[in-house]
Design a binder for this molecule. Structure first.
Ligand SMILES: NC(=O)c1ccc[n+]([C@@H]2O[C@H](COP(=O)([O-])OP(=O)(O)OC[C@H]3O[C@@H](n4cnc5c(N)ncnc54)[C@H](OP(=O)(O)O)[C@@H]3O)[C@@H](O)[C@H]2O)c1
Length: 319
């Protein structure tokens, strides 16, 4: 298969580069800018010399450019890792968040439908949260976003479904990796440099190591390839739909920080739990957004590691 990865220089996009290494499929990694030198060095460190560090330019807000790219390269699947991901800033930049998180996925859906291919799109646990749940959220549960970011991501899901292309929409949560900026890397730095730190304990969710998500996407693409190669190839992909993926388990941001500190071997910083009200923010985050992953496990047989096992691996890669 010829596979287009958008937003390839972000956290998930870079992990896709690692997972794609040695694949029989042909991957095209695209973004609006070049990869940072830091990311390229990390890619070589984690994946060796044969990892693809090149980036072609493709702006997912430009439908004509997507169509041309898909046609020229005979793309059969798109993995959309691009998004507007700054949750706080989205409150001030609603138009841009809507363009990137709702309109751009629609563009990708239109282009891949014309090519009769598959769109794998990434959404978020922040489509939930306004209703105070206390059991893991299922795919069928109605989205109740608390802010602009979650709302625009929910619109993106709806737009893809409305276009009617073959699609797998994966809602994930609390993403971290060796690449870019994320909570894990921030807390590694803060716990190493500050004598005391307060972290909220009244928001529960599950961290997701982007490498684990990238591997799950590869499993889904493999499943899709088997469908293409079978006699079912003229039919729609029967596994179209929304799926939830995070690591296993549940924790608060406070628990997450305590484990980051432990695995990094940092003992000096005194990490204390606090309420969200102590950190005024432009947007109220969900107090509970744990995702139920039964559907993705049953449908695609993906293996999902426990969150602390993956965290330990990521931190050892970062050290
Ligand atoms: N991060 C999380 O905690 C989290 C949680 C749940 C779900 N998700 C979802 O998971 C997916 C991957 O997130 P991530 O953390 O890997 O994102 P990320 O690190 O922010 O990467 C997104 C990439 O998309 C690029 N991009 C921005 N505008 C673009 C455009 N017009 N065309 C093409 N590329 C563009 C960005 O470039 P610039 O950096 O230059 O803008 C960046 O390289 C997203 O859909 C996100 O909503 C993330």
């Amino acid at each position: 298969m010829n596979i287009l990865v958008t937003g390839a220089n972000g956290q998930l996009g870079n992990e896709m580069r690692i997972v794609a290494r040695g694949s029989a499929d042909r991957y095209f990694f695209t973004d609006v800018c070049d990869a940072s030198q830091e990311s390229v060095s990390m890619l070589y460190k984690l994946a060796g010399d044969d990892v693809c560090t090149e980036t072609s330019r493709l702006d997912i807000t430009d439908l004509a450019a997507i169509r041309a790219f898909v046609a020229k390269n005979q793309i059969q699947a798109i993995i959309n890792c691009a998004a507007y991901t700054n949750v706080d800033a989205a409150e001030e930049n609603q138009d841009l968040a809507m363009l990137l998180n709702a309109k751009a996925p629609e563009n990708l859906a239109v282009a891949i439908k014309e090519a009769n291919g598959l769109l794998v799109h990434i959404s978020t646990d922040y489509v939930f949260g306004k209703e105070p749940y206390n059991i893991p959220c299922t795919e069928e549960q109605q989205g109740t976003p608390t802010g602009v970011y979650g709302y625009t991501k929910l619109c993106g899901e709806q737009n893809i479904k409305a276009v009617g292309c073959q699609h797998v929409i994966i809602r994930t949560a609390w993403l971290y990796s060796e690449f870019g900026k994320n909570f894990c890397k921030t807390m590694l730095n803060l716990t190493a440099s500050k004598p005391q730190l307060k972290v909220v304990f009244d928001q529960a969710g599950t961290p997701t190591y982007a490498y684990d998500l990238a591997k799950a996407i590869a499993v889904i693409l493999n499943d899709y390839t088997l469908t293409l190669n079978s006699k079912l190839s003229t039919l729609n992909f029967s596994k179209n739909g929304v799926y939830h993926f995070s690591n296993e388990g549940v924790c608060s941001w406070y628990d997450f920080t305590k484990m980051i500190q432990e695995y990094a071997g940092q003992k000096v910083c005194d990490v204390q739990p606090c309420h969200s009200s102590e950190f005024p923010s432009p947007v109220t985050r969900p107090s509970y957004s744990v995702l139920d992953k039964t559907k993705i496990k049953q449908t695609f047989s993906v293996a999902i590691p426990y969150w602390t096992d993956s965290l330990r691996l990521c931190i050892s890669n970062l050290k």
